[in-house]
Design a protein around this ligand. Structure first.
Ligand code: SME
Length: 152
């Protein structure tokens, strides 16, 4: 199971020595848990576009997603995290891999300001539960805190 607190502590230590690696480190640590975290990416918001900053998993050409499009863009537009147990049931879903069955998107915020999203795709149906939501929220919150002042 993902241990968000462990990752939070690493990110807090890392930000002093290697601030540019913080986003990549978060992606790496989540992805290395293995399935169901099959594809892990972090998109950062730039105007009304989510721009892919780092990812691990199969190559994707979805490097830019407009706010309001896809599960990622909808999470930003609605200002809430999204846990989609079956991507086929969502008409605004944007397919990145034909294998993907479920997806979770967690907002990265600094206070009210949305900075981006952690996006995770799974090849397993209904892969993510409350524990994933909670642990990912921990990681997203510290990313928001660390990135907020750097993205002003
Ligand atoms: N499925 C996402 C698109 C990004 S990929 O998962 C890499 C979405 O609907 O926003």
């Amino acid at each position: 199971m993902l241990n968000g607190q462990e990752i939070v502590e690493e990110l807090l230590e890392m930000v002093e020595a290697a601030p540019d690696l913080v986003v990549q480190h978060a992606v790496q640590r989540i992805h290395e848990q293995g399935p169901p975290y099959d594809w892990v990416g972090i998109y950062l918001l730039s105007g009304d576009l989510l721009v892919l900053h780092s990812y691990l998993g199969l190559a994707t050409d979805l490097t830019r997603i407009r706010v309001g499009e896809g599960v990622c863009g909808m999470a930003v537009a609605e200002g809430r995290d999204m846990n989609v147990p079956d991507v086929e049931a969502v008409d605004y879903y944007l397919a990145c891999s034909a294998e993907t069955r479920s997806e979770i998107v967690v907002l990265i915020r600094d206070g009210e300001r949305i900075l981006g999203v952690i996006d995770i795709d799974s090849d397993t149906l209904a892969a993510f539960g409350e524990a994933d939501e909670r642990e990912l929220r921990r990681v997203a919150d510290v990313l928001g805190e660390l990135l907020g002042p750097r993205l002003r």
